[in-house]
Design a protein around this ligand. Structure first.
Ligand code: HEC
Ligand code: HEC
Ligand code: HEC
Ligand code: HEC
Length: 499
């Protein structure tokens, strides 16, 4: 009898608990899907604030990418002049625009402004003026998919940077990653879709978890401007060099096979490659990728506000938010996790700096060899070694998260770069001796950015003056045009006023 009563009581309690749980789950999903769209977002809507009317939490967290107060050992959102920090880079990039100006990446909010300000985009006086092509806008703004849809992909790449200053004005945002009809993640950059096709893969078959990284791989990858794309010859067609695979050697082979170089080095005359930011490719070789962790898991963790769970769109260094990013999976203390990251970064940097020192010497010694009358034939192998070694250096340096995302791979690439650079110097010593120079080549003082820029012959004051002129006279005019154009777009149609 006692047992029977207990049995019935237990059943009742379990039933009530079940009711409670299901009501909690319902509330949670209510909370998650509470949004009632208040405006209709058009298919090419580039304005983040318009999307923000429907999704205020995501929009407000996105706006926090404007914050510039966080600085970690080697990352963060603060403005850092990388050439000032490490003037060797000026010499490594001699003859290329990066030697003029190179700052550490800031938040997505600044993507447009930072490109206006960079000395690399120079000071065009009219819309046909160089030096940069429209393609440079490709990773900066949801105006890019808009323009590609309105005018065609090839047509967009064929334009100048200058003519798009009045067109590309909204920083990286909602339309870059979301389909306005259902908010599903989507790929808006043809270069990524085409790179998958070139590898014989269909990007539309990607899983949801893969998409949480692939939206980033639209921009955080290695790329080049292909001037020989069939049907688009002569335009700067954005292309990812993935046909042979993602590894540093695979991409190097791709570039070597088509005889591509980004520029000719001003001192050594080596045919150089500039690595962009192969974050996605390097990430794939690391343990987190191997365990199925996505970029968004660490850089866009979930956040709760007023009982509502949503995706934090404040894309930033996860070290500014260890609790929501790392500690979802790891139980170690914050300090310990940060120390783990710094440890990997510092160890990678030890060898990265060594490789830079060797490369600077190799460029200058090669310059000396030319001076002493070396022939193309004598220099050919040496210059290829310099090209390959610097490509490996840049590949590790340009991916700012790489030494955490995949420390072992970064160590491997730096090691092979050091061997290749030393190989170039061994050949150089032999050649210099044959040319009658049997002593060390004198090295310049490049201890500051200013000294290094002077050494490679840059007139930085003139470049600054031109830029100031562009910003006070030309830029405001073009931004006015943009304002007038967007004013005509008006606000989106209101569908519902209830929240
Ligand atoms: C396991 C967590 C994790 C994953 C997954 C991850 N990252 Fe990171 N990422 C980090 C950490 C930690 C840093 C170092 C931040 C620092 O130095 O302040 C970093 C740095 C970066 C940086 C440089 C940020 C800065 O402030 O300088 C970029 C860009 C970046 N990651 C992009 C990506 C992309 C793209 C992916 C996916 C392909 C990705 N990350 C995947 C944790 C992660
Ligand atoms: C449309 C191109 C584009 C897409 C898509 C994109 N990024 Fe970026 N990202 C950039 C650019 C450009 C910058 C540098 C902006 C600047 O410095 O002005 C940047 C900067 C960053 C930074 C440095 C910000 C800081 O405060 O340290 C991180 C981290 C980052 N992106 C991670 C990601 C992740 C993760 C994804 C995918 C969820 C992603 N990005 C998607 C183009 C993009
Ligand atoms: C760099 C790519 C990227 C950009 C830019 C971006 N999002 Fe997202 N968004 C994501 C990812 C990744 C998720 C998580 C999706 C998932 O896992 O299903 C997400 C999720 C969402 C969701 C679903 C609900 C939630 O919070 O998880 C909404 C709504 C949303 N974003 C709105 C916006 C708005 C509004 C903007 C512009 C202000 C924006 N997003 C910009 C990548 C992006
Ligand atoms: C979604 C889960 C997840 C998140 C988020 C995550 N990790 Fe991990 N992490 C893993 C897994 C899984 C491993 C592999 C270790 C294993 O399987 O035991 C790992 C491995 C590591 C390792 C050892 C591997 C190596 O690189 O040497 C470190 C260090 C690490 N994580 C740090 C971090 C930090 C710092 C963050 C936040 C920026 C972070 N993790 C975020 C799941 C995660």
């Amino acid at each position: 009898m006692k047992n029977k009563v207990l049995f019935i009581v237990t059943i009742v309690v379990v039933f009530l608990l079940g009711l409670l749980a299901s009501s909690i789950i319902n509330r949670k999903s209510e909370a998650k899907y509470k949004y009632v769209p208040s405006v209709v977002i058009g298919k090419n809507e580039p304005r983040n604030e318009e999307w923000g009317k429907n999704y205020p939490r995501e929009y407000q967290s996105y706006m926090q990418t404007a914050d510039t107060t966080f600085r970690s050992y080697q990352g963060g959102s603060a403005m850092v002049d990388m050439l000032e920090e490490d003037p060797r880079m000026v010499v490594l990039w001699a003859g290329y625009a990066f030697s003029k100006d190179y700052n550490q990446g800031r938040g997505h909010f600044y993507a447009i402004e930072d490109l206006h300000n960079s000395l690399r985009s120079a000071a065009p006086e009219n819309k046909e003026d160089g030096p940069m092509p429209a393609t440079c806008w490709a990773c900066k703004s949801p105006d890019v998919p808009r323009l590609m849809d309105e005018h065609g992909v090839g047509e967009f790449y064929a334009g100048t940077w200058a003519e798009n200053v009045s067109e590309v004005v909204n920083p990286i945002g909602c339309a870059d990653c979301h389909d306005p009809n259902n908010m599903k993640l989507r790929i808006t950059r043809p270069a990524l879709v085409e790179a998958f096709q070139a590898m014989g893969k269909d990007i539309n078959k990607s899983t949801h978890q893969e998409m949480r990284s692939l939206v980033c791989a639209q921009c955080h990858v290695e790329y080049y401007f292909n001037k020989n794309k069939p049907g688009h010859e002569g335009t700067n067609y954005l292309t990812f060099p993935w046909e042979n695979g993602f590894a540093v050697e695979d991409m190097e082979k791709y570039y070597d096979d088509i005889g591509f170089s980004d520029w000719t080095h001003a001192i050594s005359k080596a045919p150089m490659l500039k690595a962009q930011h192969p974050d996605y490719e390097i990430f794939l070789t690391g343990v987190h990728a191997d365990r199925g962790v996505s970029c968004a898991d660490c850089h866009m963790p979930y956040k709760s506000e007023g009982g509502q769970k949503f995706t934090d769109h404040h894309l930033q260094s996860p070290l500014n938010n260890v609790a929501n990013s790392c500690q979802v999976c790891h139980r170690e203390e914050t300090d310990k996790l940060i120390a783990n990251v710094y440890d990997r970064q510092q160890k990678a940097n030890e060898n990265r700096i060594k490789l830079e020192d060797v490369l600077v010497k190799a460029h200058i010694e090669a310059g000396k060899a030319w001076e002493l009358g070396a022939t193309e034939e004598q220099m050919k192998d040496i210059l290829m070694s310099i090209r390959h070694a610097q490509w490996r250096w840049d590949y590790t340096a340009a991916s700012h998260g790489g030494s955490f995302h995949s420390p072992v791979e970064i160590g491997r690439v730096l090691g092979s770069g050091l061997a290749e650079a030393q190989e170039a110097r061994v050949k150089l010593v032999r050649l210099l001796a044959a040319l009658g120079h049997n002593e060390p080549v004198a090295m310049p003082d490049i201890s500051t950015k200013a000294k290094a820029q002077k050494y490679i012959g840059l007139d930085i004051d003139q470049l600054r003056k031109d830029k100031q002129n562009f910003k006070s006279n030309t830029l405001p005019k073009w931004l006015e045009e943009a304002k007038a154009r967007e004013a005509k777009m008006g606000s989106n149609k209101v569908v519902s006023t209830k929240k």
